[in-house]
Design a protein around this ligand. Structure first.
Ligand SMILES: Cc1ncc(COP(=O)(O)O)c(C=O)c1O
Length: 403
């Protein structure tokens, strides 16, 4: 037998490029907590950690399904009751020409399956910058090129359509839209969506529309589903129970593929192959999908009211702090303040965590260029916690050398 020391498992190169800033900051936070600091967590977008609870009727339905022996494998695409409910929801969102729907382990897995079935190594996918880092992590895993387009802070973080046009080339397979947006909280207007669709139409490429936060909206704003604006373009709309239905730990998401039947049929067949290869997602919990989408929606209004008040405290307080400016989020539960300090944002955040116990995520974790000089915070915690966190940030900012 060779000596144990001789073994050294070399990890794959593709993992070297993968970073996930949202979880990475936890290492510094854990070390700070061990040193006895009181911690204020404004870093993870999980409503369940705070005062937002899953609507009880969803638990009742899932429990009933377990008792009714729905504990074997489910069909690979999802149980018919769930798929029908997702189709009805698509119809309510104004999406016509639906060619297929499937359930997945969170929107995350739906995105992974749809990327895997779409692009080959060397192809490129256009991603918003700043943007949710899952997409670039998946691209690294699949050897797909991530091409980042600019989000314009001066225009309330709307996508820069000219930059998208400039980044498209012959290897581009899809444009990703995240609306409402993580990490900026931006809500996109109809006009900008139509312009992006026009680019996709011209280049004959797919649009991925991540609408996981579509019901978390403030100030009476309405969400426009990208696919409701075009029947002639292949569009994949992602949704799930994690955010609007407050059940991130259930890992239930879905995708709706719409567009012309002829243009999408091979792609749909490839996605179906992918879903078959992993058998099925959690079976009993899928019965909660119709209960969520078709049932009582009163928790949404209550959640939005609470979040809007927390959003207001956030932007009001942060914009009063010298060296910080913050665009008002119109949806989701994130803000992406800009910091005028003479150090990289990652160092700023690490120092902030060690000095104050306030945990936020460095902006460059959401895109090296556009995100640098920012941090992302989650305004899910209660008002007292937010006030305290912003007071600590204010005190910390006073000690910083500014640009
Ligand atoms: C924009 C966006 N898309 C997808 C996801 C993942 O959702 P799920 O929990 O359904 O996998 C998140 C989670 O934070 C997100 O912010």
């Amino acid at each position: 037998m060779p000596p144990v020391e001789a073994y050294c498992v070399t990890p794959s190169q593709r993992t070297a490029q993968i970073t996930y800033a949202v979880r990475d900051v936890l290492l510094v936070a854990e070390e700070t907590k061990k040193n006895g600091k009181e911690m204020l967590y404004l870093n993870i977008g999980d409503p369940n950690i705070f005062d937002f609870d899953i609507p009880p009727h969803l638990i009742a339905v899932a429990h009933e399904a377990m008792l009714a022996h729905k504990n074997g494998y489910a069909p690979s695409q999802g149980v018919p009751q769930a798929l029908d409910a997702i189709r009805r929801e698509a119809q309510r969102k104004g999406i016509r020409n639906v060619q297929d729907v499937f359930t997945a382990y969170g929107a995350s897995e739906a995105i992974e399956l749809c990327l895997t079935a779409l692009a080959d190594p060397g192809d490129s996918i256009l991603l918003p910058s700043p943007g949710y880092p899952l997409y670039s992590a998946l691209n690294s895993k699949l050897n797909i090129e991530s091409r980042f387009y600019r989000m314009d802070e001066q225009k309330n973080w709307q996508p820069d359509v000219e930059d998208i046009a400039a980044k498209l080339d012959a290897r581009s397979k899809a444009i990703v839209i995240i609306n409402p947006n993580n990490p900026t909280g931006a809500l996109y207007g109809r006009e900008v969506l139509e312009k992006i669709l026009e680019l996709a139409r011209k280049k004959k490429i797919v649009v991925f529309s991540d609408e996981i936060y579509d019901k978390i909206l403030f100030d009476g704003n309405k969400h426009v589903a990208t696919a409701s604006l075009a029947d002639d373009i292949p569009i994949v709309t992602f949704g799930g129970l994690s955010k609007c239905y407050l059940a991130p730990g259930w890992r239930v998401g879905w995708a709706v593929i719409s567009g012309p039947q002829k243009a999408t049929k091979d792609y749909v067949a490839a996605i179906q192959k992918m879903t078959r290869s992993r058998l099925s997602i959690n079976h009993p919990i899928q019965y909660a999908i119709p209960a969520a989408l078709d049932g009582d929606q009163s928790h949404i209004e209550a959640m939005n009211r609470k979040l809007q008040a927390r959003r207001d405290i956030t932007t009001k307080y942060l914009n009063q702090i010298p060296g910080i400016s913050c665009v008002k989020p119109l949806g989701a539960f994130y803000a992406f303040p800009k910091i005028a300090v003479a150090m990289p944002d990652k160092i700023f955040v690490e120092n902030l965590i060690r000095d104050t116990g306030v945990v936020v995520v460095h902006g460059s974790g959401f895109g090296e260029l556009a995100g640098a000089g920012h941090f992302r915070l989650v305004f899910l915690p209660g008002e007292a916690v937010l006030q305290k966190a912003y007071q600590l940030i204010e005190g910390f900012m006073k000690k910083q050398p500014t640009n």
